[in-house]
Design a protein around this ligand. Sequence first.
Ligand code: PMP
Length: 354
Amino acid sequence: MSGLPEPRSSLGLREGYHSLQVDAEVRLNTNESPWPPPEAWRAELAAATAGVAWARYPDRSAAALRSAIAAAHGVRPDQVFAANGSNEVLQAICLAYGGPERTALTFEPTYALHGHIAHLSGTRVRVVERDAELRLAPGAVAAAVGCLDPAITFLCSPNNPTGMLDDPGVLDAALSAGSGLVVLDEAYGQFAERSALPLVRDDCPLVVVRTFSKTWSLAALRLGYAVAPAPVVATLERVALPYHLDAFKQIAGRLALGYEADMRERVAALVSERDRLVAGLGALPVKVWPSQANFVLLRPDGRGGREVWKGLLERSVLVRDTSSWPGLAGCLRVTVGTPGEDDRFLAALAEVLA
Ligand code: PMP
């Protein structure tokens, strides 16, 4: 025995992207929905799964689920690729369109898994920083994409962790300045006032990525999808493992789409609760960035982010400590919760900052 082998050196053994799963009474750290999906959906799901032929592999093409997603967005099923969470969608994109000798471009600070997954797939990652207000100017995007001509340009709007929506010129700039794929992560799309979904066409290299984890109250389900040109979807299907979407998930996702009105109601309630939370923060010594998502980025004046994070946790309120992320010194990200949870957070923060 000569010990265990080393993983490939190009992996670089980076830290993964994990939010601490510590016990706290109020958990506002992972941008989940504070409310469960509808009870009627649970009942329908229980009845539908009773009929599953568990001894058999599921529908490999997930035809019914993809048709339901396509119908919800007014596109064709062959323009929909579904996977185990939008993270797996991003992984399939990187495996197919990234890889050695290819570049992926990210605009930091943004969702850390764009760069992380690209790196794991062997793709060279280039990072361009947002401006001092954490915004992205179309001119800066055009310059970066024109100069690097990345195989994949990642955009995220509303952006995690800033919560801000990109100027519409950003997407135009990314699409027209390069020849690669532009991947627009809309994990928080339904919270915002506009979406790029209507721009997806078979002859345009735009891929819009969405998830059931946030607005659909289904983070435990692990289901996400891309709406993309049909040839891109066909390529992603070839990269995905056979039968990667299990029968339960296909049924659960399809049935969830039947409760769109409930989802929109929850989203509207969270948007008004977000505005209440931001108003509450306005009375405290913190800088707040304007959010179009279900979370808010803030920076306490003159106090270390880690110190404030710890003070909140001592009061059993868990938020995301983003203070060590590039460009986010002193910052914390708080998910919009129920009114009761948000009041607990505001009271705890007022105490910590007193
Ligand atoms: N994209 C963004 C911007 C996110 O914030 C998240 C979740 N934190 C994801 C994708 C991943 O979501 P999923 O649960 O669908 O993998």
